[in-house]
Each structure stands twice: as structure tokens, then as C-alpha cells.
Design a protein around this ligand. Structure first.
Ligand code: SF4
Ligand code: SF4
Length: 138
């Protein structure tokens, strides 16, 4: 079933990731990992699940999140402003900016835009409402 939560973006929205890396740093946050993310990253890094979890994650509220630098808030996988696990990156990263909290209102989208230069770019791909709704995650 289509997960339509609002129609303010019924004309679609433009987005193109410039790979600037800003969403992977600067502010404290959580990159939550699904079970599938843990498997994919462990396999990609040729580690056991246990090794991967010990080396790269922290447990918060009974869920796993990637480690980040205490001072810069860089994600542990961000090196020279690039994601070093891009092919295996977690669902939360793949689906940005199509998160429900970013799409709940035009204001929320504008707020997200302050932190992401890919949002509303003129040269961005125009995503239709249907495409956006199909991508939306919590
Ligand atoms: S901040 Fe936006 S443009 Fe920059 S890497 Fe993240 S998603 Fe891409
Ligand atoms: S896994 Fe990659 S894309 Fe996701 S926050 Fe870390 S560096 Fe950024």
C-alpha cells in the first residue's frame, strides 16, 4: 500500500546528492542499523557480525547505531568527506532525505535543506509523489 502522509509535495521534489558528506558529520546523531544493515556491512567489511558490532557500533536504547567522533561528529566511516562503505551503507543513509520527518511539511523540508545542498537543486532529479512515498521511511 502507498504510504501517503501528506500531499504538499504532490508536484514532486528535486534532489541530487553532491556527495558533500555534510549529512555524515557536524551534528551529533544516530545512524540506526537494521539487522540487514549489520549483515551487509559485516560481509562488506569481511568481519563477523560480532566483530563488526564491537568495532563500529554503540548500543543506544537497545538498538545499534554507528560510532561517531566525539568532537567532529564524523561518522566512523567518513574519511576525507567520503563514505568509505558507500556500496554497503545503511538503509537510513540510502533513503536520505526521504524520511517521514523531513516530508511532514514544507517547513520540515526547508529545515532539512539547510543541512543538505542536494535538496531542491535545480539540476536535481524530479521525484514524483509516488516515487517519494514509495521511498519514505520513519
Ligand atoms: S548533505 Fe545532502 S548532498 Fe551532501 S552528502 Fe548528504 S545527502 Fe548528499
Ligand atoms: S555510513 Fe556512510 S553515508 Fe552513512 S553516515 Fe556514515 S559516512 Fe555517511
Amino acid at each position: 500500500m502507498t504510504k501517503t502522509i501528506n500531499v504538499w509535495y504532490k508536484e514532486g521534489l528535486k534532489f541530487k546528492c553532491t556527495e558533500c558528506g555534510l549529512c555524515c558529520t557536524k551534528e551529533p546523531g544516530y545512524v540506526w542499523l537494521t539487522d540487514e544493515d549489520i549483515n551487509t556491512l559485516s560481509e562488506g567489511l569481511e568481519l563477523s557480525r560480532k566483530e563488526f558490532l564491537q568495532k563500529y557500533t554503540r548500543k543506544v536504547f537497545n538498538r545499534y547505531s554507528l560510532l561517531e567522533d566525539n568532537k567532529t561528529y564524523d561518522c566512523i566511516f567518513l574519511k576525507n568527506k567520503r563514505c568509505t562503505v558507500y556500496k554497503h551503507r545503511p538503509k537510513q543513509c540510502v533513503t536520505f532525505p526521504w524520511w517521514k520527518n523531513n516530508l511532514e511539511s514544507k517547513k520540515a523540508w526547508k529545515e532539512a535543506k539547510k543541512r543538505c545542498e542536494g535538496i531542491d537543486r535545480e539540476d536535481g532529479k524530479l521525484y514524483t509523489q509516488e516515487e517519494i512515498d514509495a521511498k519514505l521511511i520513519d
